[in-house]
Structures are given as C-alpha cells and as structure tokens.
Design a protein around this ligand. Sequence first.
Ligand code: HEM
Length: 139
Amino acid sequence: MSGLVMWHVAAVSFWFGVVGAEFVIERSRADSRPHGYSVARNHYWIDVLLEVPVALVVLITGVMLLQVTPVTPWFLIKILAGLLAVAVNVGCLVPVIKRKAAADEERLSDVIRYSAVIDRITVVGLPAALIALMIGLLH
Ligand code: HEM
C-alpha cells in the first residue's frame, strides 16, 4: 500500500469512527433538551473540529490518487459515491450550524426541524460512503 493510499484509508477509517460517534450522540437528543440541547452543540463541534477536516483529507488524498490510478468503470462508481459522500458531509454543516444557533436561542421547534434535515441528509450520505468503502476495499 503506497503512502498516499495509506493516508486515504486512515482518513476514511477515522471518518467512519467519527460518524459512528455522532450516530450514538444523536440518539440522545430528547434527553439533552434539559441540558441546553447538548447534542446540537456537541455535534457542531465534532463537525467543525473533526468530521469536515477529515472529509476534506479524504477528498484531497482521493483526488491526488486519481493522478496515479487507472479509472475502471467500477472504480468510477466508487469515486462518484465518494464524492457524493464528501459533498453531503460538507453540506450537512449548514443544518448543523443552524441547529446550534437554534439551540443557543432555545428555539425548540427549529432544533427539531434541523434534526430531521440532518437525518434525511445522513440517509443519503451514509449509503454513498459505504458503497465507496466496499468498492475501495474489494476492487
Ligand atoms: C466515503 C468516501 C471514500 C471512501 C470510503 C473511500 C475508500 C477507499 C479505500 C478503502 C481505498 C483503498 C483501496 C486499496 O486498498 O487500494 C481507496 C482508494 C482510492 N480512493 Fe477512495 N474512498 C472515498 C472517497 C474517495 C474520493 C472522493 C476519491 C476521489 C475524488 C477517491 C479516490 C480513490 C483513489 C484514486 C484510490 C486509489 C486506488 C488504488 O490506487 O488502488 N476516494 N478509497
């Protein structure tokens, strides 16, 4: 495994770990309400400090690898799925930021509304990331 592929795979692994942790904290949304909507705040900081930077590392290392990797049809699907996963991930920052602002101002209905948006975005992003992972590992 070349150094660059190793960085790519390390970033991908880190990313899946972070997403798993977010999934766990999102399950305690209702419990976090009396505690200043801590889920909204924690998810925001995880996104800003960990998830978006590591998604960008996946993107940058993936684009760099494209210079040295022949693109077969299967691999093209992996790249498109990976790009979709990164785009969805970075795009998800918008509702995450808006939800934190709503939490800071204790606007409960907006917190719930943005949580639903985040769930819908995850339903698109996660399968795309899993497809990229499967093809990346099996190709
Ligand atoms: C969720 C996002 C992604 C996942 C889960 C993922 C997963 C993987 C994995 C597991 C490998 C290792 C393959 C091996 O063992 O050689 C790999 C390699 C690679 N990935 Fe990704 N990737 C993602 C995003 C991207 C993106 C966005 C691009 C391009 C823009 C990309 C381009 C590449 C390339 C070119 C390789 C090198 C393959 C080789 O030289 O063998 N990946 N990826």
